[in-house]
Design a binder for this molecule. Structure first.
Ligand SMILES: *Cc1c(COP(=O)(O)O)cnc(C)c1O
Length: 489
């Protein structure tokens, strides 16, 4: 048998495997969100025939995959057959995670999606944006730009303002008021390589009319990239509304247990883009996985893949619980005398409440016997401004006894931070003013505790503002006791 025919045999076998995979995808896509989150692409066939019957997706810590012979190796390394090859590129544990996330971000629409998981959210943002910023060999001198909301996670702001604009001379165009379509329109042109937005933004909860921005960007041939970290696919699925690429800091809502750092790029097939090779436009996530990310090396680890996957199984019910708890806490704080203002998209008085209500729904609420109809949910991210300025905010923050002081969000445990001195300290006063981040702003992400206990902690912390000394009592006495007695007022 000639060498070529040996390779062909593997290609033929692979096409049968691809058919099986397509059938499995078609089957799982008929299921509801929770079922997809629980099972993903890990079917009984996958378990019994390829994974020793393990009912949970195994963690393949192996660095690489062995091949039966040189023909299989040749076919695999030429990407002619499905292969994972080497764990910088792919791995079965990564695959199970990526497939599940792709299905969830595409849930509810008749679209095909794919996913490339990364070592962090920042790696996801770099790998989703950099391919669009390459030099065009036909027009190497063309001055290119990208357009982005200025209300961004601090790390993203730095990546855009320093790594891309300052260090590489790229034209980064900030949209200051993302609710102003005219501003978007004035900044997007035929040299715009991509349009980027974060919604709801961290920490400001900025929100814009996604449908309108997509329409505008696409009319000029620019793809739309959305950071969907805060909402998660349980509340918002930009791809199903026509966005081209979604990025996730998997670290946050998706891995609420807090077990590690990870990210993901999820894309729909055939993205809109003036720029890029056909391969890149046809299946962006698969393209970056097999080419740029292979060469740059920012893939997720198999361990993190399964830890995150394990959390995602209960994403919908957790996001529902976090949202309900956050609303309860936000209502309490809006009536507290020590608070200057409370910002939460779920509060009727939030200026963007109505707009957010057009987009943020608990997935499948209409199929949930508890609700039976569409239900708005606004997530776990809120913020508050403490009366009395920066020092008062620090005092209150320092007084928290249950809510963790940490630069984190989307946790099963409530966490709070002061963005001006933490997540958003690097971007400087000017950048913070632009993004509306005041020094007395506390970002609070409410977790899965009973909201009465979260409220009690906030209430006692607010008592410490203005010089009241908090009395330290021994640990045994501080459990329950006074904290349990306080309720919403
Ligand atoms: C945390 C975060 C990121 C960055 O993700 P890492 O996993 O920390 O790298 C990006 N976007 C948003 C909205 C975030 O909250």
């Amino acid at each position: 048998m000639s060498n070529t025919s040996g390779v062909e045999r593997y290609v033929e076998l692979a096409s049968k495997a691809a058919e099986r995979r397509a059938q499995d995808i078609a089957k799982i896509k008929k299921c509801k969100f929770d079922t997809i989150a629980v099972h993903g692409m890990y079917s009984m066939n996958e378990s019994l025939n390829f994974n020793q019957g393990s009912i949970i997706e195994p963690i393949y810590m192996s660095s690489s995959q062995a091949y039966r012979d040189s023909d299989e190796m040749e076919a695999a390394l030429a990407y002619m057959v499905p292969t994972w090859c080497y764990s910088r590129i792919g791995n079965p544990s990564m695959y199970y995670f990526e497939q599940t996330l792709a299905l969830l971000e595409g849930y509810g629409a008749d679209i095909e999606t794919s996913c490339c998981a990364t070592s962090s959210g920042m790696a996801a943002i770099a790998s989703a944006t950099d391919p669009f910023l390459a030099v065009d060999p036909d027009k190497p001198d063309r001055k290119i730009n990208f357009v982005t909301t200025c209300q961004l996670y601090g790390g993203t702001f730095q990546q855009f303002a320093i790594r891309k604009a300052q260090e590489r001379g790229l034209d980064c165009r900030w949209v200051i008021d993302s609710t102003d379509l005219g501003e978007w329109e004035s900044k997007i042109d035929e040299n715009t390589r991509f349009v980027y937005g974060e919604m709801p933004s961290n920490p400001g909860q900025a929100f814009f009319d996604l449908d309108a921005v997509i329409k505008l960007a696409h009319s000029r041939g620019a793809p739309v990239i959305i950071d969907n970290t805060v909402g998660s696919p349980a509340l918002l699925r930009p791809l199903t509304r026509g966005a081209d690429i979604v990025i996730q800091s998997v670290t946050k809502s998706l891995t609420s247990s807090g077990f590690g750092v990870a990210g993901a790029v999820i894309s729909r097939k055939d993205i809109v883009s003036n720029f890029g090779c056909d391969e890149m436009k046809a299946d962006f996530a698969m393209y970056i996985k097999t080419l740029p990310n292979r060469d740059n090396g920012q893939s997720i680890s198999p361990m993190n893949s399964i830890l995150s996957l394990n959390d995602i199984r209960t994403l919908r019910s957790k996001m529902d619980m976090f949202s309900r708890n956050t609303l309860t806490v936000a209502r309490f704080l809006s009536e507290h005398k020590g608070i200057e203002s409370v910002s939460y998209l779920g509060l009727e008085n939030h200026p963007l409440h109505e707009l957010a209500s057009k987009y943020m729904f608990l997935v499948d609420a209409e199929h949930d016997p508890q609700y039976g109809k569409p239900v708005n949910r606004y997530g776990h991210l809120m913020s508050l401004n403490v009366k009395g300025g920066a020092q008062a905010a620090r005092d209150m923050f320092d007084g928290l006894q249950r809510i963790w002081r940490a630069t984190d969000l989307g946790r099963i445990k409530s966490v709070a931070t002061i963005p001006a001195i933490s997540t958003h300290s690097q971007q400087g006063e000017e950048g913070r003013v632009m993004a509306n981040i005041q020094p007395n702003l506390i970002r609070l992400c409410v977790g899965g505790e009973h909201p009465a206990d979260v409220i009690a902690d906030l209430d006692q912390a607010l008592e410490t503002v203005g010089g009241k000394i908090s009395v330290q009592v021994p640990y045994e006495y501080s459990i329950g006791g006074a904290s349990g007695a306080t309720t919403a007022k």
